[in-house]
Unconditional design. Structure first.
Lengths: 206, 140
């Protein structure tokens, strides 16, 4: 029996069906993969949009309105940092974790936890504290997506800013230690709140 | 009839006089008609200097020797207190808010800063590098 015996003979029915199925599955897989992966990323990006964030009046009338007065909204060069640049991590795994956490925001939207300015202000200490804590825990990761410690030109900063930055970096401090409330207003009594939670820079006596 | 002539003559005279007066008077805005846009004044930079400004008279509220455009004073927060508060001024090497501004001058703290002193820039203002529009004859 040689291999020549099989030449020219058609493969069996089973083989043909299997080949067809395999091709169909492969093709569907590729198409589905592209669509789903694309759709997933599209959804991730769409929910990172400033327009999406302020589609909720809670965001639009409180934090967003405050943010429009700050340098991250409007400045001389027009480079901006929008909501997601500071509040959603850039790295994939952290981003997905944050997106999942955001489901509790949907719950509170439905419950109307901060549906009025008054309710929002009442909750503000808790909300601010949560952001400070997470920023502290990640060494201000989202700030550092743009503000590189190694690329800060102290020569171009004012004398006092350069002095303070150098000191802070030497001590291993992180951005949020001092830069609280740069894009939003602070809760009443924020200093005590931060001190109580060990989130205020300790004064250096001369 | 005579009356009408007198009145109209007087009106004409007054109108003429006021037109002349308008031509003579030049306000700070210039002598442009109301609907014309004047040239915007040159932008002025806020003066930033170490050591502050000298007071022009004894009880003048000290002037602010730095920019304040990023500072924010609302009902809930006062960003001037980041540096000028009793518990932060040493670390920030900033002058402390005057003790006279606290309800308890012996133990000044954020909590007993008097609320009628809350809006710092009601009295304390920065200065810009601007050519005075009119001569200043203020003397000590």
């Amino acid at each position: 029996m040689s291999t020549e015996d099989f030449e020219g003979s058609r493969p069996g029915v089973f083989r043909r069906v299997w080949k067809y199925l395999a091709n169909a599955v492969l093709l569907t897989g590729i198409v589905l993969g592209v669509v789903l992966w694309g759709g997933f990323n599209w959804a991730m990006e769409a929910t990172n949009n400033e327009a999406f964030c302020i589609s909720c009046h809670e965001m639009k009338n409180n934090v967003y309105e405050e943010y429009t007065e700050t340098i991250h909204y409007m400045n001389r060069s027009g480079v901006r940092a929008t909501c997601a640049d500071c509040h959603v991590p850039k790295e994939w795994i952290h981003k997905v974790v944050r997106k999942i956490q955001a489901s509790r925001e949907l719950y509170h939207k439905v419950m109307g936890t901060i549906s009025t300015r008054e309710k929002f202000l009442e909750r503000r200490p808790e909300l601010a504290l949560r952001v400070w804590k997470s920023m502290k825990a990640t060494d201000s990761r989202e700030c550092r997506n743009c503000h590189g410690e190694m690329y800060m030109d102290f020569e171009k900063q004012t004398e006092r800013a350069a002095e303070r930055h150098e000191e802070a970096f030497d001590k291993g401090m992180t951005c949020i230690d001092c830069h609280k409330g740069i894009a939003h207003q602070l809760p009443r009594g924020w200093k005590e709140l931060a001190k109580k939670n060990g989130l205020m820079p300790t004064a250096t006596e001369e | 009839m005579k009356k009408i002539i007198t009145v109209s003559a007087a009106t004409a005279f007054l109108l003429g006089a006021s037109v002349m007066a308008v031509a003579e008077i030049k306000s700070l805005r210039g002598d442009l008609p109301l609907d014309a846009k004047p040239k915007p004044p040159a932008k002025a930079r806020v003066i930033s200097q170490t050591g502050g400004f000298k007071r022009a008279w004894k009880q003048q509220p000290p002037l602010i020797p730095h920019r304040i455009d990023k500072e924010r004073i609302t009902l809930n927060e006062n960003s001037c207190l980041r540096c000028h508060a009793p518990d932060t001024y040493k670390a920030e090497k900033a002058p402390m808010i005057s003790r006279t501004h606290f309800a308890d001058p012996q133990n000044p703290s954020d909590a007993n800063l008097m609320r009628n002193r809350w809006f710092c820039n009601q009295c304390h203002v920065p200065q810009v590098e601007a050519d005075p529009l009119v001569e200043n004859v203020f003397g000590r």
